[in-house]
Ligand binder design. Structure first.
Ligand SMILES: [Zn+2]
Length: 237
Protein backbone atom coordinates (compact mmCIF):
# COMPACT_ATOMS: atom_id res chain seq x y z
CA UNK A 1 0.00 0.00 0.00
CA UNK A 2 1.43 3.42 -0.87
CA UNK A 3 1.63 6.26 1.64
CA UNK A 4 -1.52 8.01 0.42
CA UNK A 5 -3.63 4.89 0.54
CA UNK A 6 -2.22 4.11 3.96
CA UNK A 7 -3.45 7.57 4.99
CA UNK A 8 -6.90 6.82 3.59
CA UNK A 9 -6.93 3.58 5.59
CA UNK A 10 -6.09 5.61 8.72
CA UNK A 11 -8.93 7.97 7.85
CA UNK A 12 -11.32 5.02 7.52
CA UNK A 13 -10.30 3.68 10.90
CA UNK A 14 -10.57 7.13 12.49
CA UNK A 15 -14.07 7.49 11.05
CA UNK A 16 -15.00 4.04 12.40
CA UNK A 17 -13.61 5.06 15.80
CA UNK A 18 -15.59 8.31 15.75
CA UNK A 19 -18.77 6.42 14.87
CA UNK A 20 -18.22 3.91 17.67
CA UNK A 21 -17.55 6.69 20.21
CA UNK A 22 -20.65 8.54 19.02
CA UNK A 23 -22.74 5.38 19.29
CA UNK A 24 -21.36 4.74 22.79
CA UNK A 25 -22.20 8.29 23.88
CA UNK A 26 -25.72 8.18 22.41
CA UNK A 27 -27.02 4.76 23.41
CA UNK A 28 -30.83 5.01 23.42
CA UNK A 29 -30.89 2.81 26.54
CA UNK A 30 -28.72 5.35 28.36
CA UNK A 31 -31.07 8.18 27.36
CA UNK A 32 -34.01 6.14 28.68
CA UNK A 33 -32.04 5.35 31.85
CA UNK A 34 -31.51 9.08 32.43
CA UNK A 35 -35.27 9.60 32.06
CA UNK A 36 -36.04 6.75 34.46
CA UNK A 37 -33.58 8.10 37.05
CA UNK A 38 -35.25 11.53 36.83
CA UNK A 39 -38.70 9.93 37.18
CA UNK A 40 -37.48 7.92 40.17
CA UNK A 41 -36.42 11.14 41.90
CA UNK A 42 -39.81 12.74 41.18
CA UNK A 43 -41.70 9.69 42.49
CA UNK A 44 -39.45 9.55 45.56
CA UNK A 45 -40.07 13.22 46.34
CA UNK A 46 -43.83 12.78 45.90
CA UNK A 47 -43.73 9.69 48.12
CA UNK A 48 -41.80 11.54 50.81
CA UNK A 49 -44.18 14.50 50.91
CA UNK A 50 -47.31 12.29 50.84
CA UNK A 51 -45.87 10.11 53.62
CA UNK A 52 -45.06 13.20 55.68
CA UNK A 53 -48.64 14.41 55.21
CA UNK A 54 -50.02 11.00 56.22
CA UNK A 55 -47.72 10.81 59.26
CA UNK A 56 -48.81 14.26 60.36
CA UNK A 57 -52.49 13.21 60.22
CA UNK A 58 -51.68 9.95 62.01
CA UNK A 59 -50.03 11.94 64.82
CA UNK A 60 -53.12 14.14 65.08
CA UNK A 61 -55.30 11.03 65.19
CA UNK A 62 -53.15 9.58 68.00
CA UNK A 63 -53.45 12.86 69.93
CA UNK A 64 -57.25 12.78 69.53
CA UNK A 65 -57.38 9.17 70.69
CA UNK A 66 -55.29 10.02 73.75
CA UNK A 67 -57.63 12.89 74.56
CA UNK A 68 -60.66 10.63 74.03
CA UNK A 69 -59.21 8.02 76.38
CA UNK A 70 -58.59 10.72 79.00
CA UNK A 71 -62.19 11.94 78.71
CA UNK A 72 -63.52 8.39 79.04
CA UNK A 73 -61.42 7.92 82.14
CA UNK A 74 -62.62 11.16 83.75
CA UNK A 75 -66.24 10.40 82.84
CA UNK A 76 -65.89 6.96 84.44
CA UNK A 77 -64.45 8.54 87.60
CA UNK A 78 -67.26 11.06 87.86
CA UNK A 79 -69.86 8.39 87.21
CA UNK A 80 -68.42 6.17 89.92
CA UNK A 81 -68.35 9.03 92.43
CA UNK A 82 -71.97 10.00 91.63
CA UNK A 83 -73.12 6.39 92.12
CA UNK A 84 -71.02 5.82 95.24
CA UNK A 85 -73.53 7.58 97.44
CA UNK A 86 -70.86 9.65 99.14
CA UNK A 87 -72.02 12.81 97.39
CA UNK A 88 -75.48 13.75 98.51
CA UNK A 89 -75.81 17.51 98.01
CA UNK A 90 -78.13 17.97 95.00
CA UNK A 91 -76.13 20.99 93.88
CA UNK A 92 -72.92 18.91 93.72
CA UNK A 93 -74.69 16.11 91.91
CA UNK A 94 -76.12 18.57 89.41
CA UNK A 95 -72.70 20.11 88.82
CA UNK A 96 -71.23 16.67 88.19
CA UNK A 97 -74.02 15.75 85.78
CA UNK A 98 -73.36 19.00 83.89
CA UNK A 99 -69.64 18.12 83.73
CA UNK A 100 -70.47 14.71 82.30
CA UNK A 101 -72.75 16.32 79.69
CA UNK A 102 -69.98 18.72 78.68
CA UNK A 103 -67.54 15.84 78.39
CA UNK A 104 -69.99 13.89 76.24
CA UNK A 105 -70.23 16.86 73.86
CA UNK A 106 -66.45 17.16 73.78
CA UNK A 107 -66.18 13.42 73.15
CA UNK A 108 -68.62 13.67 70.24
CA UNK A 109 -66.62 16.57 68.72
CA UNK A 110 -63.38 14.61 69.08
CA UNK A 111 -64.94 11.53 67.46
CA UNK A 112 -66.14 13.65 64.52
CA UNK A 113 -62.66 15.14 64.16
CA UNK A 114 -61.09 11.69 64.26
CA UNK A 115 -63.46 10.40 61.59
CA UNK A 116 -62.55 13.35 59.39
CA UNK A 117 -58.84 12.61 59.81
CA UNK A 118 -59.35 8.92 59.02
CA UNK A 119 -61.20 9.88 55.85
CA UNK A 120 -58.31 12.17 54.88
CA UNK A 121 -55.75 9.43 55.55
CA UNK A 122 -57.40 6.81 53.30
CA UNK A 123 -56.67 8.49 49.93
CA UNK A 124 -53.14 9.33 51.09
CA UNK A 125 -52.51 5.66 51.87
CA UNK A 126 -53.76 4.78 48.39
CA UNK A 127 -51.44 7.37 46.82
CA UNK A 128 -48.46 6.10 48.83
CA UNK A 129 -49.14 2.51 47.70
CA UNK A 130 -49.47 3.66 44.09
CA UNK A 131 -46.20 5.64 44.29
CA UNK A 132 -44.44 2.64 45.83
CA UNK A 133 -45.63 0.46 42.92
CA UNK A 134 -44.45 3.03 40.39
CA UNK A 135 -41.12 3.39 42.16
CA UNK A 136 -40.59 -0.38 42.16
CA UNK A 137 -41.44 -0.60 38.44
CA UNK A 138 -39.06 2.23 37.56
CA UNK A 139 -36.34 0.79 39.78
CA UNK A 140 -36.63 -2.57 37.98
CA UNK A 141 -36.49 -0.83 34.61
CA UNK A 142 -33.41 1.16 35.69
CA UNK A 143 -31.64 -2.02 36.80
CA UNK A 144 -32.41 -3.71 33.46
CA UNK A 145 -31.27 -0.64 31.52
CA UNK A 146 -27.99 -0.49 33.48
CA UNK A 147 -27.29 -4.08 32.49
CA UNK A 148 -28.15 -3.38 28.84
CA UNK A 149 -26.04 -0.19 28.75
CA UNK A 150 -23.06 -1.92 30.33
CA UNK A 151 -23.28 -4.79 27.82
CA UNK A 152 -23.55 -2.38 24.87
CA UNK A 153 -20.56 -0.42 26.20
CA UNK A 154 -18.49 -3.57 26.56
CA UNK A 155 -19.28 -4.60 22.97
CA UNK A 156 -18.43 -1.15 21.61
CA UNK A 157 -15.27 -0.89 23.72
CA UNK A 158 -14.00 -4.21 22.38
CA UNK A 159 -14.69 -3.10 18.81
CA UNK A 160 -13.11 0.29 19.48
CA UNK A 161 -9.98 -1.28 20.95
CA UNK A 162 -9.53 -3.26 17.70
CA UNK A 163 -10.04 -0.15 15.58
CA UNK A 164 -7.62 1.94 17.68
CA UNK A 165 -4.98 -0.79 17.48
CA UNK A 166 -5.35 -1.11 13.69
CA UNK A 167 -5.22 2.68 13.39
CA UNK A 168 -1.94 2.88 15.32
CA UNK A 169 -0.45 0.13 13.19
CA UNK A 170 -1.68 1.82 9.98
CA UNK A 171 -0.36 5.24 11.01
CA UNK A 172 3.18 3.80 11.08
CA UNK A 173 3.12 3.70 7.29
CA UNK A 174 2.31 7.43 7.04
CA UNK A 175 5.11 10.03 7.31
CA UNK A 176 4.92 12.10 10.49
CA UNK A 177 4.51 15.47 8.73
CA UNK A 178 1.68 14.17 6.53
CA UNK A 179 -0.01 12.60 9.53
CA UNK A 180 0.22 15.89 11.43
CA UNK A 181 -1.34 17.79 8.50
CA UNK A 182 -4.05 15.17 8.30
CA UNK A 183 -4.76 15.40 12.07
CA UNK A 184 -5.02 19.18 11.87
CA UNK A 185 -7.43 19.04 8.91
CA UNK A 186 -9.44 16.24 10.52
CA UNK A 187 -9.90 18.31 13.66
CA UNK A 188 -10.94 21.39 11.71
CA UNK A 189 -13.14 19.64 9.13
CA UNK A 190 -15.55 17.46 11.10
CA UNK A 191 -13.36 14.40 11.41
CA UNK A 192 -12.41 14.05 7.74
CA UNK A 193 -8.88 15.19 6.87
CA UNK A 194 -8.23 13.00 3.84
CA UNK A 195 -10.59 11.91 1.08
CA UNK A 196 -10.34 9.93 -2.12
CA UNK A 197 -10.85 11.53 -5.48
CA UNK A 198 -14.03 9.90 -6.78
CA UNK A 199 -14.20 10.46 -10.53
CA UNK A 200 -13.94 14.24 -10.71
CA UNK A 201 -15.35 14.82 -7.20
CA UNK A 202 -13.73 15.27 -3.81
CA UNK A 203 -14.82 12.40 -1.53
CA UNK A 204 -14.74 14.84 1.39
CA UNK A 205 -16.91 17.74 0.28
CA UNK A 206 -18.45 15.98 -2.77
CA UNK A 207 -17.95 18.97 -5.00
CA UNK A 208 -16.70 18.49 -8.55
CA UNK A 209 -13.20 19.73 -9.16
CA UNK A 210 -12.46 22.05 -12.06
CA UNK A 211 -10.75 20.56 -15.10
CA UNK A 212 -7.69 22.66 -14.34
CA UNK A 213 -7.49 21.42 -10.75
CA UNK A 214 -7.89 17.82 -11.88
CA UNK A 215 -5.16 18.29 -14.41
CA UNK A 216 -2.83 19.78 -11.80
CA UNK A 217 -3.49 16.87 -9.45
CA UNK A 218 -2.73 14.31 -12.17
CA UNK A 219 0.55 16.01 -12.99
CA UNK A 220 1.75 16.24 -9.36
CA UNK A 221 4.97 14.34 -8.67
CA UNK A 222 4.26 11.20 -6.57
CA UNK A 223 5.74 12.70 -3.38
CA UNK A 224 3.53 15.84 -3.55
CA UNK A 225 0.30 15.90 -1.60
CA UNK A 226 -2.82 17.06 -3.46
CA UNK A 227 -5.52 19.03 -1.68
CA UNK A 228 -9.11 19.80 -2.62
CA UNK A 229 -9.39 23.39 -3.78
CA UNK A 230 -12.88 23.60 -2.26
CA UNK A 231 -12.52 22.15 1.23
CA UNK A 232 -8.77 21.97 1.68
CA UNK A 233 -8.72 18.27 2.54
CA UNK A 234 -5.92 15.99 1.44
CA UNK A 235 -7.10 14.43 -1.78
CA UNK A 236 -5.98 10.94 -2.74
CA UNK A 237 -6.18 10.26 -6.48
ZN1 LIG B 1 -13.27 18.76 -1.02
Amino acid sequence: MDTMHALLAVQDLDTQGDQLRHRRAHLPERARLDEVVTELAVVEAAGASTTAERDDLARRQADLEAELAEIERRMGDLDRRMRSGTITAPRDLQAMAAQIDAMKRRRSDLEDAELEIMEAIDPLEATIAELQDRWAGLDREAAELRVTVAAAERTIDAELAGVVEARHAGAESVPTALLATYERLRQRLGGVGAAPLVGASCGGCHLTLSAGALDRIRRLPPDEVATCEQCGRILVP
